[in-house]
Design a protein around this ligand. Structure first.
Ligand SMILES: Nc1ncnc2c1ncn2[C@@H]1O[C@H](COP(=O)(O)OP(=O)(O)OP(=O)(O)O)[C@@H](O)[C@H]1O
Length: 257
């Protein structure tokens, strides 16, 4: 078993402290869901896990199997098995999507870059069909003219092809049609069953139709304020964040009085 752990992480962006001591963990085979109101810091956490240099770690740590990775460059984190799919993926139209897929496989295997090999392409085509992606995307530039939904599906395809130790997905269900949500949900479940540890953020309880979370964390204002199971997601869907937070405050208040 492998473990990815975020420990008391404080992170600043553009000189402003956004994460104010976040702790959470995910083990291989788990599906961990991260929720939280807009602006609570979920994407900041994911960017920091990926190693985006614009996100300055002020304190705390990110540990892979107990070893700090917070000083490692993004490509080294990736090579060690951490795949991060972003909320708004970046297009790189100059690079063919098929080439990117082969490059990822080679980097993970510690090999030099090569042209796409036929087996990889065949596997990618099968996965694309499952995810409802048109096969022509492989000959297009990365993200070149991709719709929002195609971008999300393409990110999940990369994860399925790589079978990373950890798959970190920022709102993989946003911008997808119903079939897309189902396809991505099935893919996430399959990734976890094959041993990848999943950390994903979402705003919607509809994901529960397709995934069974091991654990749910809720962030607010740069902190993890709640940890629980899928009932937390149902409650948020039912009453919204602020009412839920108020309810908890009241319960804590009456317990303390
Ligand atoms: N580059 C930046 N410069 C300054 N502030 C930033 C920057 N990036 C993010 N922030 C701020 O950090 C806070 C957290 O943003 P983040 O995108 O991490 O939230 P989120 O929980 O992912 O939100 P959402 O659910 O809307 O995607 C927000 O107040 C945002 O404005």
């Amino acid at each position: 078993m492998h473990k990815l752990e975020v420990r008391n992480l404080r992170v600043a962006v553009g000189g402003r402290e956004i994460l104010k001591g976040v702790s959470l963990s995910v083990a291989t085979g788990e599906v961990v869901v991260l929720m939280g109101p807009n602006g609570s810091g979920k994407s900041t956490l994911f960017q920091t896990i990926a190693g985006n240099p614009r996100y300055e770690v002020l304190d705390g740590d990110i540990l892979l199997d107990g070893e700090s990775i917070k000083e490692l460059p993004p490509e080294e984190r990736f090579a060690r098995g951490i795949f991060v799919g972003f909320q708004s993926p970046v297009a790189v139209p100059e690079v063919r999507f098929a080439f990117l897929l082969q490059a990822m496989i080679n980097i993970r295997a510690g090999k030099k870059l090569t042209d796409p090999n036929p087996q990889v392409l065949a596997q990618a085509q099968r996965l694309a069909a499952e995810l409802g992606l048109k096969p022509e995307v492989f000959n297009r530039g990365v993200g070149a003219g991709f719709s929002g939904g195609e971008f999300k599906r393409a990110e999940v395809l990369q994860a399925l092809l790589l079978s990373p130790k950890f798959t970190v997905l920022d709102e993989p269900d946003s911008g997808l049609d119903i079939d897309g949500i189902a396809a991505v949900g099935r893919a996430v479940t399959r990734l976890a069953a094959s041993g990848s540890g999943i950390l994903l953020s979402t705003h919607y309880a509809r994901v529960l139709k397709f995934i069974k979370p091991t654990r749910v964390y809720v962030m607010a204002e740069g902190r993890v304020v709640l940890e629980g199971d899928e009932n937390v997601i149902r409650k948020i869907e039912e009453v919204g964040y602020q009412s839920y937070f108020n309810e908890i405050r009241q319960e804590l208040g009456s317990a303390g009085s």
